[in-house]
Design a protein around this ligand. Sequence first.
Ligand SMILES: [Zn+2]
Length: 118
Amino acid sequence: MGFDFNALLEKAKKGGKAVADKTVELTEQAKVSAKIINEKAELDGLYKELGRNVYFSARNNDEETDFENALAKIDAKIAKIAELEEKLRQLKGNKLCGMCGKNNDAEAEYCSACGNKL
Ligand SMILES: [Zn+2]
């Protein structure tokens, strides 16, 4: 009954690779999460700017102010955040509920919002 060092080594290598893959996955998720936080902060800034412009426009009875550009910037930011959130959902393997659209954990069998079977 000999000790099979090679078999142990193989097993350790495989384990190490799995850990490395998992680490890469988590790093990618962390990057996308950080981007989402960043984009949301920028969106808050755009809302704030628009609010200030609306305020001064109303105070000065300025009916000429065109908000289309600001609205378009906000629309683009919202779309970008939705895109990143979808990417993060895919990286995590999360399940979207077909009934209500709620983002559920990968292990979930039923939707946490509406109880629909996933
Ligand atoms: Zn649901």
